[in-house]
Design a protein around this ligand. Structure first.
Ligand SMILES: *Cc1c(COP(=O)(O)O)cnc(C)c1O
Length: 356
């Protein structure tokens, strides 16, 4: 049994760990075969895997992943944010990609094994860091024909990551990607399949060189409606007559972000109006929103101050924003307080409640 009060290791400079892979104590690994289903799993230390060169994961991209985080509270508890939601989403993706589902008990056990083996790598309370957990599922056995592999591997590894906003939350410039569509109307956009991501590297790198840290996709069919940012969902706020409204797309071409569904719940708790609906890009052109942000596990909220489309650009809110707007700041604070255990977790989002 691990000691629940295991402090963070002093081998890492917690203020400057950034977001990069590093070896830690180990990771959970499970193997599935048609004969035996999932095995009992093991804790592994070698980050290099023995995968068949003819595996469907390597040849046909039969692979999917998830991302979630473990946090340390002031009183030393270590808890994971909404793992049941990631488990559910991984199973939806697995089914779409002809991969075996992962029973909830196994998904949670894998998270538990990895976190418990790495308690010292969960960053200090208040540092803004977390232990980022990466579940991976892929065809690891040989299959040259176009059908599922005879063996699958499920892994949960962890990476200690730093505060995304070391220098404070700063609004960023976004641009629309017009020459590439990430998600077809009846395609794979709502699934965290590995194959959805490599094709986005090129347009996002191009955008970065032009000064846009994040990129926005419109619906592929008509380029009229907002889909989502390349690795995060789209959320917008408007204030009118004392009523705050959160507007966010929730269609089948976008990923069901756990951050988004959680922000929607918090907004409702705050008494705000929530509209989950298609968002025509014209509403951005007309300046209908006071605040716009990208949301996802990595940063929770990234405020967007301007969106460029070709030669045109549209400021969000009045004038050039230099800091996060009041609405998203309120949501962000509430969100971080739940994750850090600073306020009561009335929704039961943090697992396990008592900590590892
Ligand atoms: C993972 C991901 C998100 C964010 O989802 P969270 O569950 O909030 O981390 C949003 N969009 C895409 C395309 C993603 O891959």
């Amino acid at each position: 049994m691990s000691n629940p009060t295991t402090p963070p290791t002093d081998k890492l400079d917690w203020q400057n760990i950034g977001f990069q892979y590093r070896d830690i104590n180990g990771y959970a690994k499970y193997t599935w075969t048609p004969e035996n289903g999932w095995d009992e799993g093991s804790l592994e230390t070698n980050p290099y895997l023995n995968v068949h060169m003819c595996s469907t994961g390597l040849n046909y991209g039969q692979e999917c992943f998830e991302g979630l985080k473990a946090f340390r509270t002031k009183d030393g508890r270590i808890r994971v944010f909404r793992p049941h939601e990631n488990g559910k989403r991984m199973n939806l993706t697995a089914a779409f990609g002809s991969m075996p589902g992962i029973p909830e008990e196994i998904f949670l056990e894998a998270i538990k094994k990895t976190v418990q083996a790495n308690l010292e790598y969960v960053p200090p309370y208040g540092s803004g860091g977390s232990l980022y957990l990466r579940p991976l599922l892929f065809g690891s056995g040989p299959m040259i024909g176009l059908s599922p592999a005879p063996e699958f591997t499920f892994i949960v590894f962890g990476v200690p990551v730093g505060n995304y906003y070391k220098d404070g939350v700063k609004p960023v410039d976004a641009c629309i990607i017009e020459d590439f569509d990430r998600s077809a109307p009846l395609g794979t956009g709502s699934f965290k399949l590995g194959g959805n991501y490599a094709p986005v590297f090129l347009p996002t790198e191009k955008a970065k060189k032009q000064g846009f840290p994040i990129t926005l996709h419109l619906d592929s069919k008509t380029h009229t409606y907002v889909d989502e940012f390349s690795t995060s969902n789209f959320v917008a706020l408007s204030n009118k007559d004392g009523v705050t409204t959160l507007v966010t797309p929730n269609g089948r071409t976008i990923l069901r972000s756990v951050t988004r569904i959680s922000l929607v719940e918090i907004a409702r708790d705050l008494g705000w109006t929530v509209e989950e609906r298609d968002v025509p890009f014209s509403e951005i052109e007309e300046g209908k929103f006071d605040e716009i942000a990208a949301c996802g596990t990595a940063a929770v909220i990234t405020p967007v101050k301007r969106i460029s489309r070709g030669e045109k650009s549209y400021n969000i809110g009045s004038g050039e924003q230099t800091e996060i707007g009041a609405g998203f700041e309120a949501l962000y604070k509430q969100y971080k307080a739940i994750q850090n255990g600073d306020i009561a977790d009335t929704k039961g989002w943090m697992w396990p409640a008592e900590g590892f």
